[in-house]
Design a protein around this ligand. Structure first.
Ligand SMILES: [Zn+2]
Length: 213
């Protein structure tokens, strides 16, 4: 097996055309957004790019390539990690060089080892139904920061999803709260806790000042 830094050394032989081939496969969007790789993927979801260098063909992780093209080198022995938890992302500003230990620790602290696209979409649905970030965090045992990143469509970016920046009270949610109050006899105080709204907001919902349609 070829040692990573030996393989990285081969990158200095890339031609301009080969480098352009890379960027042509990246969906370059806004400065802060994820720039997703549109080419081949490894089975684990990371992007891969093959380069023929001399007589041999080498396969590289695209996040490593992006980091290399931005900084001109990859610190020896380090992994190129994503701040954004978006495996396809090639935005250099979302990448950092870290140790295996650092990466694993970050991963566990964020709780991101539990998230996949399906769960991210479920989390987005939960938020649309009015669940607070705190509640979603408890439900999935994923920290609030990671939940927030998903709702802002930063990690697990879904191009069809409109980021949720501010919590809205939907008609469905208001109806649900009213039903809880009337049918299940939940107190306003408990409703405020349960749905993570202020007492005043709950009061307005119950008194049909919000979403009485
Ligand atoms: Zn990203």
């Amino acid at each position: 097996m070829i040692n990573k830094s030996n393989k990285d050394n081969k990158l200095s032989f890339l031609t301009e055309k080969q480098i352009n081939d890379f960027w042509n496969k990246v969906n370059i969007s806004l400065k802060n957004e994820c720039w997703e790789w549109t080419g081949h993927l490894y089975h684990n979801g990371y992007g891969q790019k093959r380069y023929k260098l001399g007589k041999k063909t080498y396969t590289f992780k695209v996040n490593r390539l992006s980091y290399y093209f931005e900084h001109g080198k990859i610190p020896q022995g380090l992994l190129i990690c994503h701040h954004c938890d978006n495996k396809k992302c090639c935005n250099p500003s979302h990448l950092y060089a870290g140790t295996v230990k650092q990466n694993t620790r970050d991963y566990i602290e964020r709780g991101t080892n539990k998230i996949n696209m399906k769960i991210a979409n479920e989390i987005r649905e939960s938020a649309k139904l009015g669940l607070s970030i705190k509640d979603i965090s408890k439900k999935y045992n994923i920290n609030t920061c990671s939940i927030s990143q998903i709702l802002r469509n930063i990690s697990w970016k879904n191009y069809n999803f409109t980021p949720i920046t501010k919590r809205k009270i939907t008609f469905e949610l208001a109806s649900k709260i009213r039903l809880d109050y009337i049918t299940n006899d939940v107190s306003q105080k408990n409703l405020a806790q349960k749905y993570n709204f202020s007492r005043a907001t709950i009061c307005n919902i119950i008194n049909n000042k919000v979403h009485n349609e």
